[in-house]
Design a protein around this ligand. Sequence first.
Ligand code: NAD
Length: 267
Amino acid sequence: MSFLNGKTALVTGSTSGIGLGVATELAAAGVRIAVHSLPGDAQAEAAVAAMKEAGAPDAKFFGADVSNPDAIRAMIEEVEAWGPIDILVNNAGIQHTAGITDMPDAKWDAIIAINLSSCFHTMKAVLPLMESRGYGRIVNIASVHGLVASVEKVPYVAAKHGLVGMSKVVALEYASKGDPAKGAITVNCIAPGFTETPLIESQIQAAAGRAGGDRDAGIAELLKEKQPSLRMTQTSELGALAVFLCGMAAQNLTGTTIPVDGGWTAQ
Ligand code: NAD
């Protein structure tokens, strides 16, 4: 039996993209998965089935709009009633690209609420529960944009830099809490570079437009500009890193932000 077998993870935004990839790798490690997205997400049923197929002992969908703190708190209570939240992966996120003067105020508010404030509310709710049980893992899906900037991403870069900073504070506050024999409590960020998911589709389409309408040429353009490996990060690779962070071998690995970005932030 692996260390993670039978533990429970809440992965926010796990019906699509990176969240789905991370949840699938955790499921394959024997973790029960609380699949989460917006209420009524048409991909929810398929995601729950995919978790069971991957090896999760159990999986269930929990819908909540994470821009609403009350909805977050109610969802955490529901998940806890289903199984103790041993692992929290804060992944749900949105993007909108525009220069600062063209950025709608509503987009600023939504990106800060969903990509940053939601992580404050989920962590605040689960950490006392994790502390009482001795083990806890928080994996925050930040971004290279938590470490460096790009134009036309004011709210996104602000939110992701905020998430990196917030994660360091929480890691320090919980560094000596929990039970080392059970794995203690750690808080880390994963900082993906370009990963092909619906979130970056509009950026791919814009680059494809500049490259004569060819989608592959658009992807190549995006990568050439930022990601020296010239390869997209795969969601399963981010999942494999999350599985490592949740394991016993990572019990003293806390407060870090790990880029998986083909060299983007090494430049
Ligand atoms: P995605 O669009 O494929 O998935 C986003 C998920 O979040 C979906 O399940 C969606 O329903 C959910 N979600 C969005 N708003 C929500 C809300 N208000 N309430 C509840 N659920 C909500 O996007 P993705 O690329 O997989 O992004 C996942 C995370 O990875 C995000 O935090 C994003 O910033 C980060 N990220 C993505 C990339 C990339 O290149 N794709 C790079 C770096 C970081």
